[in-house]
Write a protein that binds this ligand. Structure first.
Ligand code: SAH
Length: 466
């Protein structure tokens, strides 16, 4: 087995001095690093070239003098030349740990890449061999740990006595701390202020005490329109924590696979022609799983609060007294707007944006169609692909101009998207042969401001005559 040639340590620098020799970019890089600490940082250089403003450092513009190292904890040499050589010799004579930038052979220590969530620190080291790799690992860890995570550590520390008093068993306490450090509410509160964080943590503590010690939680998570990289970091983190992932048919497998490898996966898909769970069965299922003490990721396409039946699931969880949290996602309409560079609000053209269903509201629902047709705002219509021409006809019948621009995006936010464009009148005149996949219908004058150059034109499409 390969052994480490360096040993990672956390070096105490509070109240100590750190000296950096050099005034260029290399020195600035080290300043960036060491000013994350509370040490007193001194930069010594004959010529200061980099911009050190914005960093709490003392700058001395002159050559190096041996007395500069009196009482110093660490020395970085970030330039070449006579001053550098004298500083190195002096540091060695005094046994002060020395780092010579880009010269591993002369270094007593290397600086790791740091993920700073003070007081929590993650240091990544490649023994100086592969800084690029270390930086890559660092970026991944950055994404895993939310910005307020360190403050969370202080918060947890401050609550210890209270938790011991209120929660009796070890496993139940562990569950509380897990819930604490992963709670989006506490995270948001901590970011705002320590007092707000403390308050939210106490709310959580009360809930934990009140609930049966083994109760789980349900996260209603928006998966976005279907590409893995349109998942939020929070969604990704919670998917990694979930014991069970309950997902809809519309959530692609690649996104479900971002969950923990050993998590149970349950598809409650509503694909046409397949056996699917009724909404009541889904409600019962997530309540049962959470009661068993499981952490349930209820993964929905797009945003969970938009045509996602979230209301019913939340009501069931509330009624059962179970903990839940909602994680927003990129809704299909926003993905469609992005794909086609369509500003859904546009100065002097469209002062607002409506997300509406095209389905389940038939001719008899006159107020629905009249409101949409006469809104004068941009519309994003969900669940309307198979009845697209009927929808266009209804809008025109209720007062929308046949010349109103319409754009349709199938598989928005995905690599295999396809787009169609034309007017309400053209769409109403027949049925377009769309490619497979879910679709968003955008309607309104602002649609014309988008980039629909790749779109198939309704007028030149194969129409199935209605
Ligand atoms: N909660 C989802 C909507 C679910 S309802 C969201 O916020 O996006 C299902 C409808 O969403 C589909 O009929 C279709 O109109 C739309 N939809 C979902 N994913 C889509 C995608 N990738 N591209 C276009 N439309 C999509």
């Amino acid at each position: 087995m390969a052994r480490l040639n360096t040993f990672p340590l956390s070096f105490k620098v509070r109240g100590q001095r750190i000296v950096i020799i050099g005034g260029g970019e290399e020195a600035l890089n080290k300043v960036r690093l060491v000013t994350k600490t509370s040490a007193h940082v001194l930069v010594i250089a004959r010529h200061v070239e980099a911009d050190f403003s914005g960093f709490a450092v003392d700058i001395v513009e002159r050559g190096f003098m041996p007395a500069d190292l009196d009482g110093v904890a660490l020395v970085f040499v970030a330039e070449e030349g006579a001053d550098a050589e004298r500083a190195k010799a002096e540091a060695r004579a005094r046994n002060i740990p020395l780092n010579v930038v880009d010269v591993p052979a002369e270094c007593d220590f290397y600086t790791p890449s740091i993920v700073d969530r003070a007081p929590l620190t993650v240091a990544i080291s490649s023994e100086g061999d592969a800084p690029v790799l270390a930086r890559l690992v660092r970026a991944r860890i950055e994404a895993m740990l939310p910005p307020g995570f360190g403050k969370m550590a202080s918060l947890a520390g401050g609550l210890r006595k209270q938790v011991e008093k209120l929660i009796q068993t070890g496993p139940a306490r562990r569950r509380f701390y897990e819930a604490l450090v992963t709670s989006p509410q506490v995270e948001a509160a901590v970011a705002a202020s320590p007092i707000a964080g403390r308050y939210q943590a106490e709310v959580l503590l009360e809930q934990h005490q009140a609930q049966s010690a083994s109760a789980g939680i349900v996260w209603l998570i928006g998966a976005g329109p279907g590409s893995e990289d349109l998942l939020t970091l929070r969604a990704q983190r919670l998917l990694q924590e979930a014991d069970v992932i309950v997902h809809d048919q519309l959530v692609p497998d690649a996104v479900v696979q971002m969950g923990r490898r050993d998590a149970e996966q349950i598809s409650v898909g509503k694909a046409k022609g397949h056996h699917s769970f009724s909404q009541a069965q889904i409600n019962t299922l997530i309540v049962r799983l959470a009661r068993e003490g499981k952490k349930v990721a209820r993964l929905k396409s797009g945003d969970p609060m938009v045509f996602g039946r979230a209301g019913e699931e939340i009501a069931a969880l509330r009624k059962a007294g179970l903990a839940y949290a909602i994680v927003p996602g990129v809704s299909a309409a926003m993905a469609a707007a992005a794909d086609t560079a369509t500003p859904v609000t546009l100065r002097k053209v469209s002062s607002g944006f409506i997300m509406a269903t095209a389905h389940g509201a038939d001719d008899s629902d006159l107020t629905h169609w009249a409101a949409l047709a006469q809104a004068g705002l941009t519309l994003a219509l969900y669940m309307g692909k198979s009845i697209a021409s009927d929808v266009a006809g209804r809008l025109v019948a209720n007062g929308a101009s046949p010349s109103t621009p319409v754009g349709i995006v199938v598989n928005a936010g995905r690599a295999d998207k396809s787009t169609y464009a034309g007017t309400l009148g053209a769409l109403a005149a027949g049925q377009v042969a769309f490619s497979d996949g879910p679709a968003i219908i955008l309607v309104g004058e602002a649609v014309a401001a988008g980039d629909w150059a790749q779109a198939a034109d309704f007028a030149t499409q194969q129409f199935k005559v209605a």
